[in-house]
Design a protein around this ligand. Structure first.
Ligand code: GDP
Ligand code: MN
Length: 349
């Protein structure tokens, strides 16, 4: 299926809705959700919220991806909820399996060991395929090649505030390539050698490391060690052409060669974050204070009462994670010389 036109309003937006605040051409953009058939009712909740708070005003498409065929019920229900067009893709086997160079015995022993140590998803093969897929392949799917921008949505998320402007257009107009709402420290047990692999890549490919990058977000000693800060990737609005660039694909290929998706349990969140922090200029990463979001167990509720009232937010500001000790968002503000939103001091514990 071809992408819908990038200009004009899709015919299935009901009339009588207020126009987008920031009118103008629609972006070549889509929502994207990786899901199983069994995730239907959880992804349905997410879609309902995204539609109510944002997409019913814009009618962007939605791409669903699965390692198995989607069933008729999944397609029927999701199609009914999305105001844009929906597309359903089955992931090719080579994007959801062990590369040949992986030593199966070694990988199995790692899973057994992590199970004993009770590391979250430590014993799971499918979770590892998922993390590798989200790190290296979702943006290479045939259906995704039709688009320049994506917004990732997972099952059971919540959005708490209206989004009255086109967030994709905001990204483009402000030269942003990657964005986030929540940041935190990764479980060190899942990525013991990710930074070693990253340093090896930086040495091999200095041409890919951006001048004016966000190394200060990742490291407190100029790059020697990783502080485990990352942006949570279950929410992302980003540029697909950046992920398809030689810089990003060289980085993913280097990591995949080192095998840590299977010999450890590297998550796509630290992989995307490290890539964004090193391969992009720091101004190209955006923090959306005004997109209020929940994914178990963390909430981003906008700092600043005026913002929350203007946007009809229904989150409790006390739940906001941004300024608490386990968040890395303060660090993001500091390295970018940004002023923290009014009222942040009251949300630090
Ligand atoms: P968590 O957020 O890290 O706890 O992981 P989730 O269980 O939310 O999984 C992350 C995303 O991958 C979600 O969009 C899931 O629907 C999807 N996902 C996880 N495992 C699988 C799988 O085996 N097959 C498919 N098709 N999707 C999966
Ligand atoms: Mn999730």
């Amino acid at each position: 299926p071809a992408a819908t036109g990038v200009t004009g309003v899709t015919p299935n937006i009901p009339s009588g809705l207020p126009p987008a605040k920031d009118g103008g051409p629609r972006m070549n953009a889509t929502f994207v959700s990786l899901a199983r058939n069994s995730d239907l009712w959880e992804i349905a909740r997410s879609i309902r919220q995204v539609e109510d708070r944002f997409n019913k005003k814009f009618g962007y498409d939605w791409v669903f991806l699965n390692d198995k065929p989607f069933d008729a019920t999944f397609k029927k229900v999701t199609k009914s909820l999305v105001s844009g067009n929906t597309y359903y893709g089955e992931i090719p086997k080579e994007h959801w399996s062990f590369p040949d160079h992986i030593d199966q015995d070694k990988a199995r022993k790692v899973r057994e060991d992590m199970a004993q140590r009770k590391i979250i998803y430590g014993d799971s093969v499918s979770y590892r395929h998922m993390c590798r897929f989200e790190s290296g392949f979702f943006f290479q799917q045939e259906l995704m090649k039709n688009y320049e921008w994506y917004w990732r949505v997972e099952p059971s998320i919540e959005l708490f505030c209206d989004i009255d402007y086109d967030a994709f257009k905001f990204m483009a107009d402000n030269k942003k390539k990657y964005s986030f709402v929540l940041s935190l420290y990764e479980y060190v047990e899942t990525i013991p050698t990710l930074w070693d692999s990253t340093k090896k890549f930086m040495k091999a490919h200095p041409e890919h490391i951006a001048e004016g990058n966000s190394m200060g977000f990742l490291s407190d000693d100029g790059g020697d060690t990783y502080n485990h800060c990352h942006m949570w990737s279950n929410f992302e609005i980003g540029n697909l052409d950046w992920l398809r660039s030689k810089a990003y694909t060289d980085y993913f290929d280097a990591l995949d060669q080192d095998g840590g998706f299977f010999y450890e349990r590297w998550g796509d969140a630290p992989v995307h974050s490290i890539a964004a922090a090193l391969l992009l200029k720091k101004e190209e990463i955006h923090f959306f204070n005004d997109i209020a979001y929940y994914h178990v167990p963390f909430t981003h509720c906008p700092t600043g009462e005026k913002t929350r009232l203007d946007l009809k937010c229904h989150c409790n500001p006390k739940d906001n994670f941004d300024w608490k000790g386990y968040s890395c968002t303060s660090r993001f503000f500091e390295i970018n010389g940004l002023e923290k939103p009014e009222g942040y001091e009251n949300q630090q514990d």
